[in-house]
Design a protein around this ligand. Structure first.
Ligand SMILES: *[C@@H]1O[C@H](CO)[C@@H](O)[C@H](O)[C@H]1NC(C)=O
Ligand SMILES: *[C@@H]1O[C@H](CO)[C@@H](O)[C@H](O)[C@H]1NC(C)=O
Ligand SMILES: *[C@@H]1O[C@H](CO)[C@@H](O)[C@H](O)[C@H]1NC(C)=O
Ligand SMILES: *[C@@H]1O[C@H](CO)[C@@H](O)[C@H](O)[C@H]1NC(C)=O
Length: 352
């Protein structure tokens, strides 16, 4: 083979991603390798979920529930701690559990309240829109499964609860403010907003806006509309439906990044969509504490067994920057389970 032909072949392959990228701007239906195509099953699921009712209208007026959405690609190491968390529900059954587990990582069914709570799942990759798809699949399944699901809390295998279920329920629904008397009234949430972090002034946000190429996000998302926030949120039913109904922004956020270092689609899609559609319906801050001090390569501080103490739990609950408490925290190493179980009854689930 002459070196000319070889160079041409190499150039052709190098230009493929560029052709791919530009063609996406003109074609309405383009399939990308990162998102399992053509997503027909997901689209059908999302459409049905978006058509469910938002408000409870039954004559008996049952109590609303919280849907806990576990997004994982490994075993749920903290299942025993969550089991204790849910047992503070006092058999009122005011929760449902849904698990999206990467099918390639052989996640075991932890049994107990988690038994058979796995939803049909697909492979997820870091720095790719597959994490958005997984969260939307969880929301859709929970929307369809139970009309009483009125709040949707997304957590991961590294998340732990910082309070009892009873406390979390009362905090979200303001069901029983007597149990909140330890905290200032200003720390009670206003009624039925979504708890999602929405930030616009982060360093590198412009680079992240450009991660898919120049002008690729236009016209749907202008830079001044682009937001960042944690992927872990607690959404109202109205907003969960808004998310699964969306096709307009998803069409852009599902595109692959060319700047892989700036690629965190799941940290942008949800805050951008909700701030564009209903900023007033969102608190703008989240309920899941994370420690970015001394973070490395996009990973936050990982708490180890030696870090676990009653003081740590109490520290993590209180926020500097918002009027809200933190109800959950991440990331904890799997080995932290034992010391956490040791303080579960006396500290974590006693809400003090
Ligand atoms: C999950 O736990 C099961 C046993 O309960 C084990 O066989 C399996 O290898 C674990 N999977 C991972 C990904 O660690
Ligand atoms: C509300 O608080 C009161 C007093 O602490 C308690 O007796 C009651 O069981 C609580 N109700 C609910 C639904 O948590
Ligand atoms: C956050 O992480 C840093 C280390 O990265 C640690 O020194 C600090 O104590 C942590 N803060 C809290 C509140 O746990
Ligand atoms: C809270 O504020 C103090 C003082 O401003 C600061 O040192 C600390 O790092 C802050 N903690 C968090 C979690 O932001």
């Amino acid at each position: 083979m002459s070196s000319h032909i070889l160079v041409s072949i190499i150039l052709f392959f190098l230009s493929l991603p560029v052709i791919f990228l530009f063609s996406s701007k003109f074609l309405v239906l383009t399939n990308f390798p990162f998102i399992s195509s053509p997503e027909a099953d997901d689209l059908y699921l999302f459409r049905r979920a978006a058509a469910t009712t938002t408000h409870l209208t039954t004559a008996t007026n049952p109590k609303p529930k919280i849907a806990f959405l576990f997004l994982t690609n490994s075993n749920l190491s903290f299942a025993p701690l969550w089991e204790k968390f849910f047992s503070s529900d006092d058999n009122r059954h005011l929760f449902n559990i849904y698990i999206h587990a990467d099918p390639t990582s052989a996640v075991a069914d932890p049994g107990g309240v988690f038994h058979h709570r796995f939803i049909p799942s697909k492979k997820t990759y870091r720095s790719s829109p597959t994490l958005i798809s997984a969260a939307r699949r969880l929301l859709a399944n929970a929307l369809l499964d139970d009309l009483l699901n009125q709040y949707f809390a997304l957590v991961s295998q590294h998340c732990i609860p910082l309070f009892s279920f009873r406390f979390v329920y009362n905090y979200l629904f303001q069901d029983n403010l007597t149990s909140l008397t330890n905290f200032a009234p200003s720390q009670s949430p206003s009624r039925y907003q979504s708890f999602i972090e929405i930030l616009s002034n982060e360093p590198r946000i412009y680079e992240r806006y450009l991660a898919r190429g120049h002008d690729v996000m236009l016209p749907e998302v202008q830079f001044r509309q682009f937001r960042v926030g944690s992927q872990f949120f607690v959404l109202t039913r109205r907003h969960a439906k808004l998310v699964v109904r969306d096709t307009r922004l998803w069409k852009k956020f599902r595109l692959p990044c060319i700047a892989v270092q700036q690629c965190y689609p799941e940290e942008h899609y949800f805050p951008t969509l909700l701030s564009m559609e209903d900023r007033a319906g969102c608190t703008g801050s989240m309920l899941t504490r994370v420690n970015w001090t001394g973070c490395w390569n996009g990973h936050p501080h990982l708490y180890k067994p030696k870090d676990v103490s009653p003081e740590l739990i109490r520290d993590l609950r209180v926020s500097n920057s918002s009027n809200y408490l933190y109800l959950f925290a991440r990331k904890f190493s799997p080995e932290s389970l034992l010391p956490l179980m040791n303080i579960a009854d006396d500290v974590i689930f006693r809400d003090k």
